[in-house]
Write a protein that binds this ligand. Structure first.
Ligand SMILES: [Zn+2]
Length: 113
């Protein structure tokens, strides 16, 4: 059995291939098979300071002292942070640090445990 993607318009599972095109017999929608394959590349890979791929829920340690914006607090080197959440933006890690609270970190300043 082939595993063709469902129709992007009507979600029909009865799509079939015609050359490089995929065709839906139910709504007559046609689209390019290569286009839909490329769509998977949108997922952004976030890596730590040494190149480990980070995922939601990972535990990391901070590799340099980081000042907390708008306060006199500092996140010290070696601070362990559990259950990170990856987000879009300049600071790509959302997390909660004991004694400090919710804050955002840059992946280049952390290391996966
Ligand atoms: Zn369809």
């Amino acid at each position: 059995m082939s595993t063709l993607p469902p129709c992007p318009k009507c979600n029909s599972e009865y799509t079939y291939e015609d050359g490089t095109q995929l065709i839906c017999p139910e709504c007559a929608h046609e689209w390019s098979a290569t286009e839909s394959a490329d769509a998977g590349d949108d997922v952004k890979v976030i890596k730590d300071s040494v190149g480990n791929v980070l995922q939601d829920g990972d535990t990391i340690t901070v590799i340099k002292d980081l000042k907390v914006k708008g306060s006199s607090l500092v996140v010290k080197v070696g601070t362990k942070v559990k259950g990170i959440r990856l987000v879009d933006g300049d600071h790509d890690i959302d997390c909660k640090i004991d004694g400090i609270g919710a804050m955002k970190l840059k992946s280049e300043f952390v290391r996966k445990v």
